[in-house]
Ligand binder design. Structure first.
Ligand code: SAH
Length: 341
């Protein structure tokens, strides 16, 4: 099988060149073609000899992803893509326009194993991890197709990023590398349902990214009911890992809390949340729950605002996430599911 050249870091690509009997510096030229000029064919690498281009063609492939559907919101310029991968699987990305720039939400896996019971991405189960190139291509393709510059990236699409740890780390390194997108990881958020071991591992990299924790409940009983991962890593162990992360990276954590009426949105829940997060350097993102077919979950406006007010009163910093792209089912996993059914 041909090797995925777009998933190779510069060092790796330079070593590959030596292995096939070429000069090391060719690696840098090729890397620039792939990640700065973002060409799709070896034939287009005009400063590379035709003999080497033939060798490249024989040994490597330039991965690609194809847009199969593009939905544009009439309300707020949100754009959602359904992509087909080279093996026929499907993933989604969403571009959202904010005052501070364009933000892209990308997928990290095809499907998800985590089984959160409010989430559309996990219902049909897990197929496979995405490669670094498939994550980079979501960025490159969104910029090419819209002509817009992507200013920030959130790993909040389909999949659990920390369950695809090595590929996600490689993606982050390549995304922030000076040749290529060159995006500071300060402009990246990574969201996890709480894979505690991996949070400790991630802290060691001391990236500047924002770690978002999908908390969604304040007691183990309730959290385990809606998020099976809590049976493996309970709230106590999760918060310990968060504190370690903050100590090691100096970054504050963002906690996501999907406000579900009748499940976790009472003022008592808010009080429990205040107790739980007291003393942790964090921000709370309240998410009005997106409806999925399998559940009757909904957010109640009054309870949502009362919940936020209670948190603020308790000294926590809480904002309500703006709902974007509501006319195009922009929440993660919704389009892929519809397409694959
Ligand atoms: N697997 C990662 C990232 C993907 S989901 C994680 O669990 O964090 C991104 C965010 O959307 C998570 O906070 C997730 O819990 C939340 N989410 C999923 N389905 C949702 C829904 N129907 N309504 C509101 N938030 C949802």
């Amino acid at each position: 099988m041909k090797k995925d050249i777009l998933s190779m870091e510069l060092d790796e690509l330079c070593s590959e060149m030596e292995i096939i009997g070429e000069k090391k510096f060719r690696g840098k030229q090729i890397y620039e073609w792939l990640h700065t000029k973002r060409i799709h064919k070896f034939e287009d690498m005009s400063n590379i000899s035709s003999a080497l281009r033939t060798k490249l063609n024989e040994n490597y492939c330039i991965n690609s992803i194809n847009i199969v559907r593009k939905l544009e919101s009439a309300i707020d310029n949100t754009v959602k893509y359904l992509y087909e991968l080279s093996d026929g699987n499907h993933i989604e990305s969403v571009i959202m326009e904010y005052k501070h720039g364009n933000s892209l939400c990308i997928s990290t896996q095809v499907g998800c194993k985590m089984g959160c019971n409010f989430c559309a991405s996990t219902i049909a189960g897990f197929k496979r991890h995405l490669t670094p190139s498939e994550m980079l291509l979501q960025v490159y393709e969104a910029e090419r197709n819209t002509g817009k510059h992507i200013d920030s990236i959130v790993l909040m699409g389909i999949g659990e990023p920390l369950d695809n740890f090595d590929n996600v780390i490689k993606f982050l390194k390549m995304l922030s590398f000076e040749i290529g997108k060159n995006l500071s990881l300060r402009h990246v958020s990574l969201s996890t349902c709480g894979l505690v071991d991996k949070i400790y591992e991630l802290a060691e990299y001391k990236f500047g990214l924002t770690l978002s924790i999908s908390l969604h409940a304040t007691t183990d009983k309730k959290r385990s009911e809606i998020m099976p991962i809590n049976k493996r890593y309970n709230i106590d162990s999760l918060l310990k890992a968060c504190k370690d992360y903050i100590n090691k990276t100096g970054r504050r954590i963002s906690f996501e809390y999907a406000v579900i009426h009748g499940v976790n949105d009472t003022v008592t829940d808010a009080d429990e949340l205040i107790k739980l997060l007291r003393g942790i350097n964090c921000h709370i993102n309240l998410i009005p729950v997106n409806k999925i077919k399998e559940r009757n979950y909904r957010s109640d406006r009054n309870s949502l605002f009362a919940f936020q007010a209670a948190l603020e009163k308790g000294g926590l910093n809480a904002t309500i996430r703006r709902t974007l792209g509501s006319d195009i089912d922009a929440a993660c996993g919704q389009l892929r599911r519809e397409y694959e059914l």
